[in-house]
Design a protein around this ligand. Sequence first.
Ligand SMILES: [Zn+2]
Length: 248
Amino acid sequence: MTALDMCTKCQGTGWVLEDAGGSPVAKRCVCFSTRRQQALVEQANIPRRYVSCRLDTFEAHNDSHKDALKISRQFIKNYPAQDIGLLFIGPCGVGKTHLAVAIIQELILKKGANCIFYDFRELIREIQSTFTSDSVLSESDVLTPVFQAEVLVLDELGAKRTTAWVEETIFYIINHRYNHKKITLFTTNYPDTENDEDTRDAFYKRGGETLIDRIGVRLRSRIYEMCKVVEMWGDDYRKMAKQASYRF
Ligand SMILES: [Zn+2]
């Protein structure tokens, strides 16, 4: 049903009259929650390629995937009695974004939660674009939904190199959410381990850069206060770990 389709039960008013012992009582029509869900889905800004991501369609290929799936299910079950978010860490292609999107999709459908998705680079680009003189959007047009969403997904944290301006802006957003006890789910390709650079290179192919190198110490420590860390490994993790140990 689209917004243009008129509900035949309530003629689009969202209310129906039900008989309660002889006198009519106004009740919400079933189309009301369907419309609310649709509005929440539209506001959530989920990229088209992730729209069908659900927990049921997530393929767990190793123990780290199984753990991540279990944590995601528990998160949805607990919500809104869930006071910390999740930080999914792992190399490209392990399904971090899939899980983060699946969580907000289910929160929208099952709990009616107001959620929003942003790619880290896209968010920075959108904020920067409001600074140009011909921009129709103001900075607060972009930031208000990001501040207000009950759950924010910030995908690919650190994918854009930190400048003082980026670091300050992102810290401001994240800190605002932290102060207002709002949940944020992050994904990142940057390792945050004590592994030596040689091993990091093998797992992540990122020239040994860590999350701290990309987002700075202050933001990283704030995120750790706000989130449970969910580490995910690729299918070739064991093979690579073995190879790394043969090297010496
Ligand atoms: Zn209706």
